[in-house]
Design a protein around this ligand. Structure first.
Ligand code: HEM
Length: 412
């Protein structure tokens, strides 16, 4: 049964009070959930408490790169409770790959793989370059300070994903508007209004996709929906799985890539010598994407659930123990990365960062996201070499997705 408005408001208020009190008592994970402007010092506090630390909020937390990697690759952990129940959440987005354990996860991932094949990501380069050029033409024509997030960073990934999934041009406006309203699904909603608006957006998006799917059925093209429809006819994919899959991919691939571009430019402008280096050697743009994914990753953490009693790092985890894996902290683990707090676009990232997770849920869009960000950084530095910050930033206010909603910049 769905909770009533009063219950939901009470639940949200209870959570936020509890987190605030625990943060005041000094729990470093509670401080992180309070969405500080800079979470990185708190990750160091967590690291200082051991490889696997039990927060007073109940979750087991790690910033240890090696341990995080082990957990993500260990089949004794999943994303649902041991009995297959979803962990209670305030909003539902069932049946997406990210929320499923094997065998359903394995089957859906295999089905999505041909569209999200890392080897085909390179094929998107000309389209990404064309989108960036068009956006920058518009920005330069206006010749005034602009919000990098709304005028540039938010536009590229949504345009690419719309093509990849198969959304016709005339639906792009609606798709863009609804996508933005769905982002609390990734970030975790914090207000009652957000949960309502997000639930409404899921409904609208589902309706839009039912319409798009009907069009693709009549007129198949080279896109994800057209490729999946024959599987529905064959019976290896149900319609109840197709819709969440094609709505989930844009969600997973938009806000994340948006913030990779935003966080990368923010880091470059905060380290002007790195911006100058990129201007001299634009071929370092791929290095900017890699280093941003390490230094300030768009997805800061994800969760796992113990499916059995597990002995690990000197601790005993009970069945259904919840683990918070802090990618933003693991990526600054001094055991793995030298001078971890230094932003260096020439760094050789020998060990993988955990920005895209690891193991069976490893991001299926990693190559595409890196390509888009590389194209974006190169286009901005070559066409707007005197780019500068033109005002204070405003963050999106989530502890999971780290990014900005406002990033005022000027071209000269
Ligand atoms: C910078 C951009 C991106 C970041 C930082 C990112 C990050 C992640 C992370 C951390 C996960 C796994 C979470 C977990 O283990 O619980 C994930 C999963 C996923 N991502 Fe991405 N992602 C990005 C872009 C994309 C793009 C562009 C697409 C698609 C075009 C995409 C599609 C997916 C899918 C389908 C999954 C689910 C995989 C599974 O559950 O097996 N992502 N992503």
């Amino acid at each position: 049964m769905l909770p009533s408005e009063r219950q939901l408001r009470a639940q949200l208020a209870f959570f936020s009070d509890f987190i605030r009190v625990q943060a005041e008592k000094g729990d470093p994970y509670a401080k992180v959930l309070g969405v500080p402007e800079n979470p990185y010092p708190h990750y160091e506090e967590i690291r200082a408490r051991g490889r696997l630390y039990r927060s007073s909020l109940g979750a087991w937390v790690t910033t240890d790169h090696k341990l995080a990697n082990e957990i993500l690759r260990d089949r004794r952990f999943g994303v649902r409770k041991a009995d297959g129940e979803k962990i209670p959440e305030l909003m539902s987005f069932d049946n997406s790959m990210l929320g499923l354990d094997p065998p359903d996860h394995t089957r859906l991932r295999r089905i999505a793989a041909p569209t999200l094949n890392p080897r085909t990501a390179e094929g998107w380069r000309p389209r990404a370059e064309e989108i960036c050029d068009r956006l920058i033409d518009g920005i330069l024509a206006e010749d005034k300070p602009f919000n990098l997030m709304t005028s540039f960073a938010q536009r590229l990934p949504i345009a690419v994903i719309a093509d990849l999934v198969g959304i016709p041009e005339r639906h792009h406006g609606d798709f863009y508007r609804i996508s933005r309203r769905m982002t609390p699904l990734l970030e975790g909603a914090v207000t009652y209004e957000q949960t309502q608006s997000t639930e409404a957006a899921i409904k609208e998006m589902t309706e839009l996709f039912v319409d798009v799917i009907a069009q693709r059925k009549a007129d198949p093209q080279d896109d994800m929906i057209s490729r999946l429809l024959p599987l529905v006819d064959e019976g290896s994919l149900s319609m109840a799985e197709l819709v969440p899959m094609v709505t989930f991919v844009p969600l997973a691939g938009s806000e994340t890539t948006v913030n990779l571009v935003g966080n990368g430019i923010l880091a470059l402008l905060a380290h002007p010598e790195q911006w100058r280096l990129l201007a001299e050697r634009p071929e370092l743009a791929a290095g900017v994407a890699e280093e941003t994914l390490r230094f300030d990753p768009p997805v800061q953490q994800y969760r796992r659930i113990a499916h059995e009693r597990i002995e690990m790092a000197g601790r005993t985890l009970p069945v259904d123990a919840e683990l918070a894996i802090i990618a933003g902290g693991a990526n600054r683990d001094p055991q793995v990365f030298s001078d971890p707090d230094t932003f260096d676009i020439t760094r050789r990232i020998g060990a993988d960062t955990l920005a895209f997770s690891a193991g069976i849920h490893y991001c299926m869009g990693a190559s595409l996201a890196k390509l888009e960000a590389e194209v974006a950084f190169k286009a901005l530095v070559t066409r707007i070499p005197r780019l500068r910050q033109a005002g204070p930033i405003r963050r999106s206010g989530s502890f999971i997705i780290r990014g900005m909603v406002e990033f005022p910049v000027a071209a000269h």
